[in-house]
Design a protein around this ligand. Structure first.
Ligand SMILES: [Zn+2]
Length: 317
């Protein structure tokens, strides 16, 4: 039951009973004992989300002060940080912009962000139990060291993980080692899109065992969850759909290869193709348009109505 609460945050007794497969009576005895000992607490009720007129159910969670979890997402343009307590409430969050900064600078900006947010909020990291770091792909995960399923605990001490990571020699490994050294907590590093796939499988609308996740953004990425575990593949690159070659003579990709899916199907690539084919809005002087630059609905070249900032193929819904 404690594991279920650690993985899912606050839950009603009914949800816990379903998740652990215990009878309500047995569960009631256990929760009563844990509440008495202070290991779990009542955080709120489900009144806000409840439909119908029944009595709101109490939601139980691990004592929020008993643990903290840090998530760090290094994107191409910014680093985002979130710290959650043991009840999965986010107690600290923020971001810092950069543009194509080298890894040492990204790391410095991340630590500076953490220091600033900590000073402003008074949140310190004495109960930190784990750190998850997302990095942009392509990123080669090392099965068994850097990736773990949500129901598992790290099988290496922070010290071991830091040493292994430092020996790896990649920029991402240096970041992992730096976080492990600074916070003395287990650090997991993986492609941020693969981690998003895992989060969707575990915390999505309904948690699922098997999931194929596809993300089309500045790049194209994906993640594969099978049997509740994030798949890394034999080469550690499972889910890197964006760097599959589809046009051998195509444009050069930022990974160094030519004609990757990403050079054709990422959002910037799609916009570039539209612009090359004359599909840009006739009123826009720059492409893609700045958000908020124009909001009046008008007819695009394709004949559909929409805001110029949407592009004529995406009319206002
Ligand atoms: Zn590529």
């Amino acid at each position: 039951m404690l594991r279920v609460l650690r993985e899912h945050g606050a839950m009603s007794r009914r949800q816990i009973a379903l998740a652990v497969g215990l009878s309500r009576t047995t569960l009631s005895e256990i929760t009563g004992s844990l509440l008495q000992r202070g290991a779990i607490v009542v955080v709120d009720t489900d009144a806000a989300k409840r439909e119908g007129s029944g009595r709101p159910a109490e939601r139980l969670a691990l004592d929020p002060a008993s643990g903290q979890f840090m998530g760090v997402d290094f994107g191409h343009r910014r680093v985002r940080l979130a710290v959650a307590d043991a009840s999965h409430e986010i107690v600290l969050s923020g971001s810092e912009r950069y543009y194509d900064a080298p890894w040492p600078l990204r790391l410095e900006l991340a630590f500076r962000l953490i220091d600033r947010l900590s000073a402003e909020s008074g949140v310190h990291f004495g109960a930190l139990q784990g750190i998850g770091i997302g990095v942009p792909g392509p990123y080669r995960a090392t099965p068994g060291v850097l990736v773990m399923a949500p129901h598992e605990t790290p099988h290496e001490t922070p010290h071991d993980a830091a040493e292994d990571a430092a020996e790896d020699g990649t920029p991402e490994a240096s970041v992992q080692a730096a976080f492990a050294k600074r916070f003395g907590a287990p650090v997991i590093v993986d492609n941020n899109t693969r981690l998003a796939a895992l989060a969707e499988a575990v915390f999505g609308r309904s948690s699922v065992e098997n999931l194929l996740y596809l993300r089309i953004s500045d790049g194209v990425g994906g993640g594969l969850v099978v049997g509740g575990r994030l798949v890394t593949g034999s080469s550690g690159l499972a889910g890197e759909l964006g760097h599959v070659t589809v046009a051998p003579d195509g444009l050069e990709c930022r990974c160094g290869k030519r004609g990757c899916v990403e050079t054709l199907a990422s959002v910037p690539a799609i916009l570039r193709t539209c612009r090359d084919r004359g599909l840009a809005s006739p009123t826009s002087t720059a492409w893609p348009p700045r958000s908020g630059a124009a909001t009046r609905s008008r007819t695009g070249r394709c004949g559909r109505r929409g805001r110029p900032s949407d592009g004529c193929w995406a009319p206002r819904r």
